[in-house]
Design a protein around this ligand. Structure first.
Ligand SMILES: [Zn+2]
Length: 129
């Protein structure tokens, strides 16, 4: 891949990285807010809170899922940025063939070419080398 193209994808990845970081920052705020409310111990709403526990728990679970998804996303972005520096960016990690520009434009941190990705999805697990 040409340096100019690598720079373009690097910029894209850095932008995406900032977006994810911002999303995670917002999540931290909402989690901290919930903890503060609990710490103040509003007992008047205790019985109501008990009845509402199911929903509350579910919401927290979703927040956790979202946070770990963002973390994973961040990891893949960092890996892609590392591959740009290594000059291995844009190559499929499984077969070594170049990943199509179309695919990289849609998913800048893509690690596999579309063929390997499809195979992975069909087998239901990561592709073995
Ligand atoms: Zn491949």
């Amino acid at each position: 891949m040409r340096t100019r193209e690598l720079q373009k994808f690097e910029k894209k990845l850095l932008q995406r990285r900032q977006e994810v970081m911002r999303e995670m920052g917002l999540l931290r705020e909402s989690v901290a807010g919930a903890t503060t409310k609990e710490a103040t111990g509003d007992h008047s709403s205790h019985s109501f809170h008990m009845a509402d526990q199911g929903t509350d728990h579910q919401e927290r679970e979703q927040t956790f899922m979202f946070a770990s998804k963002s973390k994973r996303c961040l990891y893949h972005i960092d890996e892609a940025l590392r591959r740009i520096k290594d000059k291995t960016y844009g190559k499929c990690l499984t077969c070594g063939k170049p990943i199509s520009m179309e695919r990289l434009n849609a998913l800048p941190h893509a690690r596999f070419c579309i063929d390997c990705k499809e195979k992975e999805e069909q087998s239901g697990g990561p592709v073995k080398k």
